[in-house]
Design a protein around this ligand. Structure first.
Ligand code: FE2
Length: 229
């Protein structure tokens, strides 16, 4: 029973959106859809004859506005976030290790807080969608939205790095054109989180990034708490 998989990109915020579906039943899920690319995503679903069942968010984003609310209005799909977001307006708040089914496939929530409290990664058949918890050769920042370097370190090393080493890592963003990595690759080569980096080193790195505030944070976070509506 093969899994349909598409990786899509939104260039303004460098965000990846993912569509997964059961090739037989055509039931589909979308992960982290973006407002600006709503029409593209709707067209693709239609062209592939997919029926959207769930709209998953890896977290409440600060850098772009989600299209989840509009997608729900148009498709009747259910909005899903991790329980750590505390977002009661979601249709489903997934607990750690809880699964969702579409067709014959199951996707599992893995709580990976640290970038935000509600960050959740999603695992399915050798793929993990890590949102901003683990990026290719990097990770999400931990200096706003309840961020905690200590918590993120535990999420990555204590949860994501325990997945099978050949698991493919599909992040929430990439700013350098990379599309995919693997757990083994990140364990070996992620400059912030590879095996040789201690928790103390990681906290030191994260506390000294001196990043500017995301341009859209004051608009995006309030909008995303209402699913972009
Ligand atoms: Fe984020």
């Amino acid at each position: 029973m093969s899994l349909v998989f598409r990786q899509l990109f939104e260039s303004e915020s460098s965000t990846y959106t993912y569509i997964l579906a059961d090739s037989v039943t055509k039931e589909a899920i979308i992960i982290d859809p973006v407002k600006e690319t709503l029409e593209r995503d709707m067209s693709l679903l239609e062209e592939m004859h997919l029926k959207l069942k769930y709209i998953l968010e890896t977290h409440v984003h600060a850098d772009h506005i989600t299209s989840a609310g509009t997608l729900k209005e148009k498709t009747k799909a259910k909005i899903v976030l991790g329980v750590g977001t505390g977002l009661e307006t979601a249709d489903v708040l997934l607990e750690d290790n809880e699964t969702l089914s579409f067709g014959s496939h199951k996707i599992k929530a893995i709580r990976t807080p640290g970038h935000t409290n509600g960050c959740t990664s999603y695992y399915i058949d050798g793929y993990v969608f890590t949102g901003d918890a683990l990026l290719i050769r990097g990770c999400g920042r931990t200096d706003f939205q309840e961020g905690s370097a200590e918590t993120l370190y535990k999420s990555v090393k204590g949860r994501l790095f325990l997945l099978p080493k050949d698991t493919l890592v599909y992040p929430g963003h990439d700013y350098q054109g990379r599309t995919c990595s693997s757990i083994a690759e990140e364990m070996q080569s992620n400059p912030r989180l590879r095996i040789s980096v201690s928790e103390g080193d990681f906290i030191e790195i994260m506390n000294n990034l001196k990043l500017e505030k995301p341009k859209k944070i004051d608009v995006a976070v309030p909008a995303n708490l209402k699913h972009g509506l």
